[in-house]
Design a protein around this ligand. Sequence first.
Ligand code: PLP
Length: 395
Amino acid sequence: MKIANWATKIKNNYLFQTVSDKLEKFREKNPEKKIINMGIGDVSLPIADKVIRACVSASNEMGKISSFRGYSPNGGYDFLKQKIKYEYKNLGILIDTDEIFISDGAKSDMSNILDIFSHENTCLIPDPVYPVYLDTSIMNDMKIEFADATEQNNFLPEPDFNSSKKIDIIYICSPNNPTGAAYTKTQIKKWVDYANSCGAVILYDAAYEVFIEDNNHCRSIFEIPESKTCAIEFKSFSKSAGFTGMRCGYSIVPKNLKRESISLNYLWNRRHSTKFNGVSYIIQRAAEASLSDEGKLECQKSIKYYKQNSKLISEILDKLSIKFFGGLNSPYIWLKCPNSMKSWEFFDYLLQNLNIVGTPGSGFGKNGENYFRLSCFASREDTQEACSRLKKINI
Ligand code: PLP
């Protein structure tokens, strides 16, 4: 018996696990200290009232013979897909409901999608980026190339039309975790043109789309019409409606997207129906409610709250003359460690001296070294407290 090839190729520890292990050790040694966690990108505000009412009502339906539901239809319930379709229509994008696949979140989708591609493909992964793309590409035995995201390109790498390297799968995360950078429509158009020119498929992670502030930035890759022949989009209710613990997301696979004359929509549907038995009725009703007029208003209030946190942190960093990026179209602030400190050094400094936890940039890729991510998802009180502690940085 042999275990998977990736066992020896993958880094020992998932980044956030390492952070939480260090945090736990510090807690054990310093039980009296109040630690502020601005590291992991989990939300802190509760689910909107409208959404909770939908959950309760759907739960009650499940307890009555007349309204009980078993397995969800493959790909999700039509009531939710219609709402999603309408959201796209508001952006001027027409999609069919059979191009939408409801799932338990973007993380699983972004990993599972590799099932429909050969492991002989080469993936282009931004560096730094959300670690899941690299780990799942390794787990699927893909060949890997990196696109450098650095201060020089504002952490938004562009396609290299002159490169002789053959790229098959392109990961784009915009607004980006961890750098907070977001691509404009003009920049995304370049990636779309590149993918169409070489036959690559873009995996577009728009998990933070609700943080976009203006019309210049892409809320969906399908705002670029030519993307329907080269892109798959992933969205999540985790950040838009606080569903990190509820679990719901979706992917959009256009029917025009084909490779080797086979529809990727068909392949994804085939894969989905074989390996996944759907998201619960209750959660799909909850997601539907988050897209109702009342639900959206409530959810937007939470997004505003997080954006205000982001403003508070940005102001302090400005005052301290610490260089930072992001925080505008994104819930993440990507700062340059003061005094050229290494990312993990700065992590230890903040934890030991100010009892603040953040995420070391180097954990997101080699280009993340000397950078540090702060998340704006903490409570207002914690954010304010963190801001007053940050004033004491003395390096
Ligand atoms: N994509 C990115 C870029 C993320 O940062 C995260 C979560 O932090 C996810 C996807 C996961 O989304 P979900 O909760 O829907 O699995």
